[in-house]
Design a protein around this ligand. Structure first.
Ligand code: ZN
Length: 213
């Protein structure tokens, strides 16, 4: 059992995972909807209720008073481009192992969004980029995430698969494996990218990805 499938099983057991959520958990959301049972500060069992002065139920510890806030995560990636080709990575990890993605991953503590995009591209594709503007900001509320993609110039062709990639390759638009893309934020970003390119100007796009079905 992979870590991801174990989490799915745990989530289903807890009744907190809708059945069609499986494609979007894992690296993009390693702890989806898992309950907080114990206080990470003192170890006591936590309650779940609206704290005084708040309007949303929180996990709170009656023993030490800690409120365990949980907020959306930011996934940051790039659209590395050279000679009208875009670099994609084929995933070596679940979820969506074997599917293609733009280089992207969770923003780390202490870094900027730009640093995150450059780091993820280096980690997943051993590729060096120069960032252009932020291109898409896609809210994915059913998994409590926001995905942010930068346009970017690939600085050289000396790329190779990182630890989380099976292969890395450059694609012309006509060759993009649309049916083998890992995530809807990736396909949405690529469709907007090519639409803007045909229109002759790249714009910033903010949109929402809803739960399918
Ligand atoms: Zn506590």
């Amino acid at each position: 059992m992979t870590i991801a499938s174990g989490l799915v099983a745990a989530c289903r057991k807890s009744g907190r995972l809708r059945s069609n959520c499986t494609v979007i958990i894992g690296r993009e959301n390693p702890m989806p909807h898992l309950p907080v049972n114990f206080c990470s500060n003192c170890g006591a069992k936590v309650a779940y209720r609206i704290p005084p002065g708040d309007s949303i139920p929180r996990h709170l510890c009656d023993q030490c008073g800690t409120i365990h806030y949980r907020n959306p995560l930011l996934v940051i990636g790039s659209i590395p481009e050279t000679d009208e080709r875009v670099l994609l990575c084929r995933r070596a990890i679940e979820p969506r192992l074997g599917f293609w993605t733009l280089p992207a991953g969770f923003m780390e503590l202490g870094e900027t969004t730009a640093q995150g995009a450059i780091r993820e591209t280096l980690e997943e594709a051993n590729a060096r980029i120069e960032l252009d503007e932020v291109f898409t900001m896609l809210s994915v509320p059913h998994v409590d995430q926001v995905h942010l993609y930068y346009r970017a110039k690939l600085l050289d062709l000396d790329f190779s698969p990182g630890a989380e990639s099976l292969e890395v390759a450059l694609f012309h638009e006509r060759d993009i494996p649309w049916n083998e893309l890992a995530f809807r934020t990736v396909s949405a970003t690529l469709r907007l990218y090519y639409a803007d390119r045909r229109a002759g100007a790249y714009k910033f796009h903010a949109d929402v990805i809803r739960l399918a079905g």
